[in-house]
Design a protein around this ligand. Structure first.
Ligand code: MEV
Length: 320
């Protein structure tokens, strides 16, 4: 492709990472969840017409989409579904993905990739894309990545600010009454969302009463967290996060490396800290009193082994 072709004919789609503040896993069973976008970490897809089989160029693979390894099965299904919906043949398009969302860390990399692909494909065809169609198509890929995805990741990676979400319903924007400052710390261990979701399902069969109670508690904590955020009650929000971590540990989706980062954040003065996303690896989310405290928490978690940290603030000014 020449530079001129690219500038004239390239269509772009973009989505960002996300964090679950309270309610992961319970979300799969229809309980409420509080989530937020991380606009600092984006996935951008460029698409342009080119005769021949569909090609994909992304951080983990470059070549014909049909020959991509099994982890791309969801993406293959998504691209075919999007082109079919547009009444286009499954060919004649090149897709190039640039991403700074860490892959497999519970930050929504698969949903963000899927959303950016759908947007780029629709734009390259000059077709309008409504939110419902976008989310439905992202769901095609997410069902491969997560098994029974609730849809919260798809909603959060295209959200403009914090959202409260419930499976099967549209995400509702939530505006915090005062700024909320979060730190995200990467444990460096891959998060197995699919395995973790399946593990909770197995636990539900094995130990139905206890698991159901814990999922209900997580749902209540998410509701409490939503109310605390809208009222600007950061103490209660932090406590909801801490309580949620207890439930997630009991459900078996935390790991010693995550517990260590949670403890480091709390010892350094976090209002609350917990794993975020599917767990069994991935990231920890901590709530700080102010931006200076957030920097301090980030340093404390790095000292305890976090490979990378990011800051995100919501409310007042929107997510930064
Ligand atoms: C993953 O970010 C959140 C989970 O609850 C899965 C889902 O809701 O699809 C673990």
């Amino acid at each position: 492709m020449t530079a001129t072709m690219a500038s004239v004919r390239t269509a772009v789609g973009q989505a960002h990472a996300k964090v679950i503040i309270v309610g992961e896993h319970a979300a799969v069973f229809g309980y409420p969840v509080l989530a937020a976008p991380l606009p600092a970490l984006t996935v951008r897809t460029e698409a342009w017409p080119a005769e021949g089989p569909i090609t994909l160029d992304c951080p983990l693979y470059a070549g014909p989409l049909a020959e991509a390894p099994g982890v791309f099965d969801g993406i293959k299904a998504l691209v075919e579904a999007a082109l079919a919906k547009l009444s286009r043949p499954a060919r004649d398009i090149e897709l190039k993905v640039l991403s700074d969302v860490p892959i497999g860390r519970g930050l929504g990399s698969s949903a963000a990739l899927a959303a950016s692909l759908v947007q780029a494909i629709y734009r390259s065809c000059g077709a309008p894309l409504d939110r419902e169609t976008l989310l439905r198509l992202v769901g095609v890929a997410e069902s491969f990545a997560h098994g029974a995805a609730s849809g919260v990741d798809a909603a959060a990676v295209v959200a403009e600010g914090m959202v409260s979400f419930r499976r099967g319903l549209a995400a509702v924007p939530l505006r915090p009454a005062r700024p909320l400052h979060f730190v995200i710390a990467d444990s460096g261990l891959p998060s197995e969302t699919r395995g973790a979701v399946e593990g909770v399902r197995r636990r539900l069969v094995r130990d139905a009463e206890d698991t159901r109670t814990r999922l209900e508690t997580l749902g209540r904590l998410a509701e409490g967290a939503q109310a605390a955020a809208t009222q600007g009650d950061t103490g209660r929000l932090g406590q909801s996060m801490n309580d949620a971590q207890c439930e997630l540990e009991a459900l078996g989706v935390s790991l010693p490396a995550l517990d260590r980062l949670v403890l480091a954040a709390r010892n350094a003065g976090a209002l609350g800290a917990k794993l975020t996303g599917g767990g069994r690896g991935g990231c920890v989310l901590a709530l700080a009193r102010d931006p200076g405290a957030a920097e301090h928490l980030a340093r404390a978690m790095r000292a305890q082994g976090a490979r990378a940290t990011w800051l995100a603030s919501f409310g007042g000014e929107e997510a930064a």
